[in-house]
Design a protein around this ligand. Sequence first.
Ligand code: ADP
Ligand code: ADP
Length: 216
Amino acid sequence: MKLILLGPPGAGKGTQCKRVVDRYNLAHLSSGDILRAERAAGSELGRKAQSYMDSGGLVPDDLIIDMMIAAIKKAPANGYVLDGFPRTVVQAEGLDKALTAAGEKIDAIVELKVPDSAILSRMTGRRSCPVCGQVYHVVNLKPKVDGQCDKGCGALVQRKDDTPDVVDHRLKTYHEQTAAVVGYYENKYPILPINADQEIDRVTADMFKGLDDLAR
Ligand code: ADP
Ligand code: ADP
């Protein structure tokens, strides 16, 4: 199964992706996670991406397309979920070109729908484990011990781009450049719209139901 998970920042893409990849045994290919790993490793790509990420803008399309196509090529045969990519129509076109060349296609687009009003508190309350990538929330999804990863990795961190100003810029960027990607995929691949403005477990249940139907 090859899936694309779309939705605004804070929609729950990372959280839901982890559950989907466990259930269907897929690879989780998150452009944000890959970029953060490149930065942590001090690579040239990481250095180039830094200023865009910190301001809440988008990293240039050509860098992202090359990075994600390389990750897709390395993914196991069982499939993957793309999280945070494509974020522009140019990226979607780049992905299509590469898939067509490889004789592959996407099985479905999952669209997590959530109003802007729900997003700020999700983002400013987000905490993540820098070691295993597990994502928590200070109110909605608390770790067992405040500030510590449940898996024993150590202290949780707050992302530098989860401050109100940067979140505001990321939402603007989403509406200006990313929202159109759903329209690009209409009539191309099946789209599964999911109400992501409900409890995390209910969102997961709705997704599993839709994806199970699709896999039948
Ligand atoms: P994204 O990858 O789309 O930016 P995340 O999965 O990182 O979103 O979720 C953003 C924050 O919101 C996290 O702190 C997460 O725990 C919390 N969250 C995710 N889904 C929900 C939900 N349905 N209701 C409330 N909080 C949520
Ligand atoms: P979120 O999970 O909150 O949606 P991400 O972790 O996906 O955020 O992305 C963090 C930042 O990394 C973005 O604000 C952007 O600067 C950069 N980024 C991630 N994916 C892409 C992409 N597909 N195209 C351009 N920039 C990206």
